[in-house]
Design a protein around this ligand. Structure first.
Ligand SMILES: Cc1ncc(COP(=O)(O)O)c(C=O)c1O
Length: 440
């Protein structure tokens, strides 16, 4: 197929994910090539990548180191079974990831996506309590407005209504703490919002309702991306950690978007100084070049599983493509790039980024601005009777103006590759400002 499908019929067979298929196929937005901070459309138009693809391509597109590692690996060994067999790159990668993980988190279980990482983490949490002889702890707690992928576990603990309402009763025994979004007190906060640490106390309410002896784990995103870039209020994550510790509940941070330098630290756990028991990640682990995900686990949890008979499988879980050799090669090359100082580069750019975001204050339609590390949420006032329409039109207008952004509802979410330069930051915000000025 040429990069430019001939007509609408050629677009039909592909049922596109999380996409308004008919709307898209009537006016497709196609990408054909990528390098550095840019994409190019099939007709050669350059598009600045404001979202690292989909929060994945932290080191920028087309990194030669990654391409070469992938080609070399696929030629040397295309696939190796991960059950009862191993290959050296998987162990090397696990060590590399543990090397940048928060203290005490020293084991890695490989998956192929964020959704698989979430379901894996939830299963590890349930199994851990059972292996310890605390098998009544079966309840899983998520948070309103949370996004944890699209597996049944992830949508059950997730808190986005459209992702849940079509799919039946979901997992039993799941509950949700309240979300932290509090525009009345936190509008236009610089850095983390000052109000809302007490939202964590909602977990005490659920403990009082269900009893701690029934609760296995709590899962939250340190920064909630998919519901519009919601930053954790100062002190909130620590409070959640303290309540979990007090009641013997495992704390899972879903770092699928915050992992690998997005905040300026390797993980948000380090950035915010709060160590969970498990971390889920994906996306940036391999710079988006080959699908991969992982669950990072505290040594104490792993050790509990290792206490049974030596010859027995400790966790009945895994994927055919766990630690796929080509994904491992891509991820190892990616981690080498990260180690050379990319997270520090992101941290150094963050103040400039934040200034540029907050300079949009007062622009037409802008009702809130949120920025941290190299993340931003630009919340637009929804059009009466048409929530999401303004956001969608902003995304289309940006693409036509040569800028890739993502919108969720009426919030423009930005998460550029961490290699971004000041002139490119300027371009992103000049483009958005111009779009806001003319958007109805
Ligand atoms: C916090 C979070 N968890 C999980 C996922 C799911 O990841 P995937 O789409 O790779 O399954 C995402 C994807 O955006 C995410 O943002």
């Amino acid at each position: 197929m040429s990069a430019q499908p001939a007509d609408r019929a050629a677009l039909e067979a592909f049922w596109m994910p999380f996409t308004a298929n008919r709307q898209f196929k009537a006016a497709p937005r196609l990408l054909a090539r990528a390098e550095g901070m840019h994409y190019w459309t099939p007709d050669g138009r350059q598009v600045l990548d404001g979202v690292a693809g989909l929060w994945c391509v932290n080191a920028g597109h087309g990194r030669r180191e990654i391409t070469e590692a992938v080609s070399k690996q696929i030629a040397a060994m295309d696939y190796a079974p991960p059950f009862q067999m191993g290959h050296p790159l998987a162990f090397e990668l696990a060590n590399a990831i543990v090397g940048i993980a928060p203290p005490g988190i020293d084991h890695v279980f490989f998956t192929n996506s964020g959704s698989e990482s979430v379901d894996t983490a939830l299963k590890i949490a349930l199994a851990w309590h059972r292996v310890r002889g605390d098998g009544t702890r079966t309840r899983l707690i998520g948070r309103e407005r949370g996004y944890h992928g699209v597996g049944f576990g992830g949508i059950s603990v997730g808190g986005m209504v459209n992702n849940r309402k079509y799919f039946g009763a979901l997992l039993p025994g799941v509950d949700h703490i309240r979300h932290t979004h509090d525009p009345a007190r936190n509008l236009f906060s610089r850095g983390l919002p000052g109000h809302g640490a007490e939202c964590a106390d909602d977990l005490e309410r659920l403990v009082a309702l269900h009893d701690a002896s029934t609760i296995a784990a709590v899962i939250v995103e340190p920064i909630a991306g998919s519901t519009g870039v919601l930053l954790p209020p100062v002190g909130y994550l620590q409070r959640l950690r303290d309540i979990c510790t007090k009641h013997g509940i495992l704390l899972i941070f879903d770092e699928v978007i915050t992992g690998f330098g997005r905040t300026g630290s390797a993980f948000a756990a380090q950035e915010f100084g709060v160590v969970p028991d498990l971390i889920t990640c994906a996306k940036g682990i391999s710079n988006g070049a080959v699908p991969m995900g992982a669950v990072l686990v505290k040594g104490a949890i792993y050790d509990t599983f290792m206490s049974g008979p030596e010859g027995s499988i400790e966790l009945f879980h895994g994927y055919t493509f766990s630690a796929h050799p080509v994904a491992c090669a891509a991820a190892l090359a990616t981690q080498r790039i990260y180690r050379a100082g990319l997270f520090e580069q992101a941290r150094a750019m963050a103040p400039y980024w934040s200034d540029a975001v907050h300079a949009l204050k007062g622009r037409r339609h802008v009702v809130d601005l949120r920025a941290y590390g190299l993340v931003a949420g630009i919340e637009l006032e929804p059009r009466p009777q048409a929530p999401g329409a303004r956001g969608y039109e902003a995304m289309v207008a940006a693409f036509e103006a040569g800028l890739l952004v993502r919108t969720t509802g009426d919030t423009i979410a930005l998460s550029p590759p961490l290699i971004i330069e000041r002139s490119q930051v300027d371009r992103i915000f000049e483009t958005i400002a111009a779009i806001l000025d003319r958007l109805p």
